[in-house]
Design a protein around this ligand. Structure first.
Ligand SMILES: Cc1ncc(COP(=O)(O)O)c(C=O)c1O
Length: 304
């Protein structure tokens, strides 16, 4: 069974925080499970429960070659006794990387499809073809976001988090943000930092809230200026920030999601977004598994 480790919340101490009269803590979801890290633990929890209840023995999902979701689903499926299939974007010529090697070692069957076909992954006719090829399976969408994932991410915040005035998280598909939006209290302000380029993220995230009948008690804002060029893109400023943050706190951040969120939070502090006395809780949603592959691909030396 997927059981969570106790989760710690660490307060961070930086001169900038003291100068501005602001406190910043980080909730280490990256430590929630040794193999199923971060928000993925919460997103998969009720999906796998549902798959079990409905009698499925196989789960199938989608992702890129460095996907945190593929990594986590492979491990969670193995722990829960499912066979797993990962439909991977790109040709098999992609050299094996730590993410895919791990997924394989957890028993995931990998199937590589080209980018054009990958775009059809939500279409009924495409899913039917997958059923013909693989038989019955429980489908988990790319990034793992659906209503059962949101039921899980709603459990990220607990009673102990009531003291915080702001909650920060990173946004990809929006499932984590939606769960947090459902659980924030009336005095809390949820800040979502998009890892993707484009202002579509506002309508897409709002649509997800509407679809799931989520009316947050507190305020929420989405920031779209901290994507560093878009999904999977980074650059020296972000990489230097991640190294600096590690040297100050010994907390590793990934360049795809949590690094961008933390960069955004620190930037907003510098820009006086927060009132004096604010206590921010940043959600560390994991993603550290991707750093080894990132370093390997780009020749960087981000701390793990
Ligand atoms: C480490 C990490 N943080 C944050 C996110 C963004 O979460 P969501 O897709 O629920 O917006 C993801 C992607 O799922 C992720 O892998």
């Amino acid at each position: 069974m997927l059981l969570p480790n106790p989760i710690s919340t660490q307060e961070i101490h930086l001169p900038l925080l003291e100068e501005n009269g602001i406190r910043l803590s980080i909730k280490r979801l990256d430590q929630v499970h040794n193999l199923v890290s971060g928000n993925k633990f919460y997103k998969l929890k009720y999906n796998l429960e549902e798959a079990q209840k409905s009698g499925f023995s196989t789960v199938l999902t989608f992702g890129g070659a460095f996907s945190n979701h593929i990594h986590a689903t492979a491990a969670a499926a193995r722990v829960e006794g499912f066979k797993s299939i990962g439909i991977i974007r790109g040709e098999e010529t992609i050299p094996s990387n730590p993410t895919l090697s791990f997924a394989k070692s957890e028993g995931m069957q990998l199937d590589f499809i080209n980018r054009e076909d990958y775009r059809k992954k939500a279409e009924d006719s495409f899913i039917e073809k997958l059923k013909e090829k693989f038989g019955f399976f429980y489908l988990i969408p790319e990034g793992g976001t659906n209503s059962l994932a949101i039921k899980g991410t709603k459990e990220i915040l607990g009673k102990e988090d009531a003291e915080f005035t702001h909650i920060g998280c990173s946004i990809g598909t929006g499932g984590t943000f939606a769960g947090l939006a459902e659980s924030i209290l009336s005095h809390q302000h949820l800040l979502g930092f998009s890892s993707l380029k484009g202002d579509f993220i506002h309508s897409e995230t709002n649509h997800l809230l509407e679809e799931n009948l989520i009316n947050p008690l507190g305020k929420y804002s989405i920031f779209d200026a901290y994507h560093f060029g878009g999904y999977g893109k980074s650059g020296a400023e972000l990489l230097d920030f991640i190294k600096w943050f590690y040297s100050e706190t010994q907390i590793p951040l990934d360049p795809i999601y949590t690094g961008k969120m933390m960069f955004g939070i620190i930037d907003l502090i510098r820009k006086d977004f927060f009132e004096k006395g604010s206590h921010i809780l940043a959600i560390h949603s994991g993603g550290l598994q991707g750093i080894a592959g990132f370093n390997q691909r780009l020749g960087t030396s981000l701390p793990l």
